[in-house]
Write a protein that binds this ligand. Structure first.
Ligand code: AMP
Length: 499
């Protein structure tokens, strides 16, 4: 399915601004297909899952239909649960950020009537609610639907499963006949079809059809992580495996900026690519990445299209992509030229079910991994350090430094003491037995101001740096021309031990 740019969908400047503020770069397949149909005024049956971007698919055109000069309720969105109603209301709120005269309110059971009554009295054009509470307000006369233009049933199949059929019918019967009616449903069973036939006029069906795609032959893993633990987990995973060249994919420009800032603040050698960055800057970042001048590229799908970097060790799906085809494109960037690549996909909550779908769609296996504990990361670091020292010892490439050892031995220290002191330094301990003081993290880059961003970039804030000797003995600094240190071979062999 073709994905459209938002600016080719005939949307108002305020919606385009809101979409840009949310960091969406291009419309998802369901949005690309449904938005033009809904803008044309036709009724629609959309078949798509949560996570496909369906909320914006129905909310954007509905917002565009609202007359801001009227205070009457013009759009009603029905959801099966309070949680979903909250999520939808949140997205509607963000999408109307620049349409100041348009107001929305969520109404659902279990929440106090006061705020809902206050907002309804003030006049809101968009109401998002669960069927039970909508009926309550209709019966009290606090909600009037006689001027409704658009009725949307989100997750209609779930609402029927939950026994809301009578409520839904009562609600729709209280709305004008000439309204636009929109059904979104994951499945289209008999009862759903009856409801559609009764309440919509010549609806157009929009379903995203997919052809299965072969995934590249690489090691695919997924990790179940609560949303707030993602950055920490990412750092542990990278430290444990000693990855030195990878792409981390996020779904929005906002997330790319947040994550790139977080990685820089942790001393990682990272940079970013997304559609909100000027073309000149993008080309510069891309070239630097191709020359291995930094280690981790944080990017959106759009910005990373066409990147071809050999030797990429890891692709991390920090956000699960909305479109399964993007998954295949993302992970296909590692494991090039017959090398063994690895992909790691982070999932939270209900996303876990999408892994099974991805496995089916790509005819491949995505194994469940566990994020290494801090102790395992430390253990691995010591192992890597020893390997590195061993490799240097067997290469014999250290004679220039013998003078230091000689000097200390002349001062009366034993060779084992000298070595142990050096290991302590490598592991980040100072003379008091405490940890070394770290230099301050690099200045964080401002998120949305591209000019400042470029100025600071030009002043050198994007130089490869990993300040933290405390955490990383590994030579994270410039990897340019460094080749693969011998110890990394050991890391590769050790993949299994972390899962
Ligand atoms: P939904 O399928 O509506 O539950 O959407 C899942 C998530 O995707 C929500 O967090 C949305 O904010 C986000 N989203 C929706 N459309 C886009 C888009 N075009 N680009 C990036 N993220 C999106």
């Amino acid at each position: 399915m073709e994905k459209q740019r938002f600016d080719s969908l005939s949307l108002s400047p305020e919606i385009l601004k809101a979409v840009a503020q949310l960091g969406f770069e291009e419309a998802t397949p369901i949005q690309s297909a449904a938005i033009p149909v809904l803008l044309s005024g036709a009724d629609l049956v959309g078949q798509s899952q949560t996570g496909s971007g369906k909320t914006a698919a129905f909310a954007i055109p509905a917002i565009e239909k609202v007359d801001p000069n009227s205070k009457a309720v013009q759009v009603l969105i029905m959801c099966p649960t309070r949680e979903l109603a909250e999520q939808v209301a949140n997205e509607v709120h963000q999408l109307t950020a620049f349409k100041r005269a348009i107001h929305s309110v969520p109404i659902y059971g279990g929440a106090s009537y006061d705020r809902q009554l206050f907002e309804l009295k003030k006049g809101v054009q968009i109401v998002i609610g669960t069927p039970g509470r909508i009926i309550d307000h209709l019966e009290r006369g606090t909600l009037k639907l006689d001027q409704l233009k658009v009725a949307i049933l989100d997750e209609a199949d779930r609402m029927l499963d939950m026994g809301f059929r009578d409520d839904i019918q009562k609600i729709l019967d209280a709305t004008p006949q000439e309204r636009q009616t929109v059904f979104f449903s994951a499945t289209l069973s008999g009862p759903i079809r009856q409801l559609i036939n009764r309440y919509s006029k010549n609806p157009q069906t929009v379903a995203i059809e997919r052809k299965d795609v072969e995934a590249p032959a690489i090691d695919q893993w997924f990790y179940e992580i609560p949303p707030r633990g993602k950055t920490q987990s990412l750092i542990r995973l990278v430290d444990f495996h000693g990855f030195k060249l990878g792409i981390i994919f996020c779904n929005t420009q906002r997330m790319v900026d947040e994550l790139a800032d977080a990685l820089l603040a942790q001393g990682f050698s990272a940079d970013r690519l997304h559609g909100g960055i000027t073309q000149a800057q993008r080309t510069r970042v891309m070239n630097k990445f191709k020359n291995s001048e930094f280690e981790f590229l944080v990017a959106t799908d759009v910005a990373a299209r066409g990147i071809d970097v050999e030797d990429l060790e890891i692709v991390i799906n920090y956000d699960l992509p909305h479109d399964p085809e993007d998954y295949v494109h993302r992970i296909g960037r590692t494991g090039r030229a017959g090398r063994k690549g690895m992909s790691a996909t982070f999932v939270s909550g209900r996303d876990i079910y999408k892994i099974q779908y991805l496995e089916k769609f790509t005819h491949s296996r995505i194994r469940k991994g566990t994020i290494p504990t801090p102790g395992e990361v430390e253990g691995k670091r010591s192992e890597l350090m020893l390997e590195k020292v061993r490799a240097l010892l067997s290469s014999g490439n250290f004679s220039d430094q013998m003078q230091f050892t000689d000097r200390l031995m002349e001062e009366g220290f034993q060779a084992t003491e000298v070595c142990s002191a050096l290991f302590s330094i490598l592991l980040g301990q100072d003379a008091t037995g405490g940890e070394q003081q770290l230099p301050p993290p690099p200045k964080q880059l401002p998120r949305d101001e591209d000019r400042n961003y470029e100025r600071e970039r030009d002043a050198g804030f994007d130089q490869p740096r990993r300040f933290a000797p405390k955490k990383s003995f590994a030579d994270r600094g410039a990897v340019k021309g460094a080749g693969k240190p011998a110890f990394q071979k050991g890391v590769k062999k050790g993949f299994k031990s972390g899962y």
